[in-house]
Write a protein that binds this ligand. Structure first.
Ligand code: CTP
Length: 406
């Protein structure tokens, strides 16, 4: 049997990009031989084994045949006569279809090295269209390698469009969408993921509420970029600069969905968009199976980001209302995420990317002031139950009043 390093590790090695996982392909072996050598079988649908020591994945070389729509509709074929080239041919992108033998020699039948050099994300074969997850994967790789200059080949984008038009992407299940989206949001340029989905028409199917923001104007005075879709991409980029946290980046992308349903006669103003965002956000989160934590922060940012922008003008009672709505006393970390999103919102505007955002520090101080109240002192005054809560709020308001005067 012959063993080859394949997939992402070969790609990233040649790119000088860090990688942690290594995948291997075994050619010329039967499952029984793998087990005899101490490998543990783990594949449900096709033979994949874990190495007895490294626990890395070793898959028998295989070919695939499409039998039904969706990403699970495949029949796999493995046999000792399936060649390395056969196995590489079923893969998505040329840069993912390279292999390395045990001496480090590159096996590259589909031009992966050339596409790495020209920074091109290009499909291997027309069979690319058989797996709808690949639309998300290509958009994700575009996001990951954007800073290196990678772009999607025009002919691959054409196939992606075809998969949207044929309805193939409609077969993506929510969990799979979220899995890819979560990874994409973690990349250095997550906005390129969203833009790439838009370029092939998939955004209208996967995140229609975000797609609807393109072409919707905002007042030029506050939004020199004007277009709401563009603004949301810029906010996502700024959020990625400010935070590595996925909930923060997700919330940044979806904070303005309500602007997509503003009646046209009200454009470019969007009064009440904060409230209109909430039901759209709930629908979106359900469609892509976004986790509760992400949804919670996104709802918070959607509802209160304009309050945050006006933090320095807010009355103490309103400030306290925002702190409570954000559950800032019990979840200070979530509140910090909220502040970062609001800062990203303020900066995700053309020409304003470097602006200061004193509102965030003001609210941080407001929270600290309230946190520094000694509950024991209030209890010592004899307050219990509801009266205790009221006394605590009076003290909090006094502190916020003092902060405002300072
Ligand atoms: N692959 C594919 N089509 C898919 C999923 C995977 O062709 N829908 C192939 C690609 O050759 C890929 C390899 O399987 O390189 C391993 O897949 P995976 O581990 O999911 O991705 P990586 O390319 O290793 O990328 P990452 O760095 O994100 O793990």
């Amino acid at each position: 049997m012959n063993i080859y390093l394949v997939g992402g590790a070969v790609r990233d090695k040649h790119l000088g990009y860090p990688y942690s996982e290594r995948d291997w392909v075994v050619v010329g072996a039967r499952p029984e031989e793998m087990e005899a050598q101490g490998f543990t079988p783990v594949g449900k649908d096709f033979p994949v084994f874990l190495h007895p020591k490294t626990r890395e994945e070793y898959a028998l070389a295989r070919t695939e045949r499409k039998t039904a729509p969706g990403y699970t509709g495949f029949q796999f074929h493995t046999a000792p006569d399936v060649s390395l080239e056969d196995d590489l041919a079923r893969r998505d992108l040329t840069i993912n279809a390279m292999a390395e033998d045990r001496n480090g020699n590159l096996v590259d039948p589909y031009g992966g090295a050339k596409d790495l050099a020209s920074k091109t994300l290009r499909h291997v074969s027309p069979a690319f269209i058989e797996d709808p997850v690949r639309v998300l994967r290509v958009a994700r790789f575009a996001a990951r390698y954007h800073h290196l200059g990678f772009t999607i080949a025009e002919e691959t984008l054409t196939l992606m469009r075809q998969m949207v038009d044929s309805g193939e992407v409609d077969h993506l299940v929510p969990e799979r969408v979220w899995k890819e989206m979560e990874k994409a949001l973690g990349e250095r340029h997550p906005e390129v993921f969203v833009q790439s989905l838009r370029d092939c028409g998939a955004l209208a199917k996967i995140l229609p509420e975000v797609d609807a923001l393109f072409g919707v104007p905002q007042p030029e005075q506050h939004h020199p970029e004007i277009d709401t879709g563009l603004h949301c991409l810029m906010v996502l980029q700024q959020a990625a600069v400010l935070s590595a946290a996925i909930p923060v980046r997700f919330a940044a992308l979806v904070h303005d969905l309500g602007k997509g349903t503003t009646p046209e006669e009200e454009w470019p103003r969007h009064i009440g968009h904060e409230q209109r965002t909430l039901p759209l956000l709930d629908t979106l989160c359900e469609r892509i199976a976004a986790p509760k934590e992400h949804k919670r922060l996104a709802r918070l940012v959607a509802e209160y980001h304009t309050h945050c922008h006006r933090a320095l003008e807010l009355k103490p009672t309103t400030l306290l209302k925002v702190l409570k709505a954000a559950d800032a006393f019990r979840k200070p970390q979530q509140f910090e995420g909220f502040l970062l999103c609001c800062e990203a919102d303020a900066r995700g505007r053309t020409g304003l990317e470097q602006r200061d955002y004193p509102q965030a520090d003001y609210l941080r101080t407001a929270l600290r002031e309230c946190q520094s109240i000694d509950n024991r002192e209030i209890a010592a005054q004899g307050f219990t139950g509801q009266a205790f809560g009221e006394a605590l709020d009076r003290e909090r308001l006094a502190r916020l009043q003092a902060l405002k005067r300072a």
